[in-house]
Design a binder for this molecule. Structure first.
Ligand SMILES: Cc1cc2nc3c(=O)[nH]c(=O)nc-3n(C[C@H](O)[C@H](O)[C@H](O)COP(=O)(O)OP(=O)(O)OC[C@H]3O[C@@H](n4cnc5c(N)ncnc54)[C@H](O)[C@@H]3O)c2cc1C
Length: 278
């Protein structure tokens, strides 16, 4: 039997969880599909530290903040910053518990918007379940958007290169010489981690000046979000993009009113893909 909900939230990273918390607060019937904090658990290296501090927010209600999480443990921001990946994952787990968010840990394989009067969305999951929803929020993060420039990888021997998303266990690089292409946060984070892992040498190559890593300033986000909400044309453009369907590769729209995430995330080229999870 097909399950039905008013709001389907696809993705259980920080944004999917935040959206679920807000929906719950507003009394909106909703379902969350996605493996909680999966990108952080699977695609980030264990020794990583966050660039953002304790003031970063995922609770739209401002109640279950990192500061609150610290306070109940008798800790202070200065005692835990820079925040470790493990710390952030334990905060997200606590947040999920406080907000009583039950995320179903499955991936959506396909999302269709039915023609006709009801205009409902239908999501098919990897385990063959179908969920019908009046509204959908896609919060699948940017894992699908990772990019390996073709003209670069064509020159590299197969099996000898990786995107940072896929290189989280660094132990096998002990004693090896590594070249990092790129020069922003991930590049320098991985340089430090590769050095810690015992690489013989790590070279970082980039075309701009070495960045200065100041504490991130998020003050521009709220005004931008307000402006988007206030500008109906902007919001409509966004809605149209969602309703007309796009792939999570972000490049090729599929048939109108369908969306097929490349769950396998196998190549960086645009594609029409369906089925098979590897
Ligand atoms: C190395 C690195 C360091 C970073 N450091 C910071 C930092 O210090 N501070 C900061 O704020 N941000 C940082 N970020 C950015 C941060 O990862 C993203 O901003 C954040 O994860 C986005 O959250 P999200 O909920 O949109 O997506 P994600 O966290 O990517 O979560 C995506 C969710 O969608 C689910 N999902 C994916 N596909 C499907 C599908 N087909 N069906 C169902 N569910 C699906 C996943 O299981 C997961 O639950 C960093 C990123 C990287 C790569």
């Amino acid at each position: 039997m097909e399950e039905a909900t008013d709001l389907l939230i696809i993705g259980a990273g920080p944004y999917g969880l935040a959206m679920a918390a807000y929906a719950r607060r507003l009394g909106i019937d909703h379902v969350v599909l996605g493996k909680p904090m999966d990108f952080w658990k699977v695609n980030m290296p264990a020794g990583m530290y966050l660039r953002t501090g304790s003031d970063v927010q995922i609770d739209p209600l401002g109640i279950h903040t990192i500061e609150k999480f610290l306070e109940i443990q008798g800790l202070s921001p200065t005692g835990v910053e820079p925040l470790s990946l493990q710390f952030y994952l334990s905060y997200a787990q606590w947040f999920q518990e406080q907000k009583q968010i039950d995320a179903v840990p499955v991936l959506v394989q396909r999302l269709d918007c039915a023609d006709g009067e009801d205009g409902r969305f239908r999501a098919s999951t990897e385990n063959g379940q179908t969920i019908s929803a009046q509204h959908v929020v896609i919060a699948v993060g940017f894992k699908y958007f990772r990019h390996l420039p073709l003209d670069l990888v064509e020159r590299l021997p197969a099996g000898r290169y990786a995107h940072t998303c896929d290189l989280v266990d660094l132990r096998h690089l002990q004693g090896k010489r590594c070249l990092i292409v790129g020069g922003r946060q991930s590049a320098f984070e991985w340089t430090a981690l590769l050095n810690d892992a015992g690489c013989a040498a790590v070279h970082v190559s980039h075309r701009h000046d070495s960045p200065v890593f100041n504490r991130p300033d998020h003050s521009w986000i709220a005004p931008m979000a307000d402006a988007i909400v206030g500008d109906r044309r902007q919001s409509m453009r966004f809605m149209m993009r969602c309703r007309c369907g796009w792939t999570t590769a972000g490049r090729s729209p599929l048939t109108p009113s369908s969306w097929q995430p490349d769950i396998a995330c196998r190549s960086t080229k645009s594609r029409s893909w369906r089925g098979g999870i590897s």
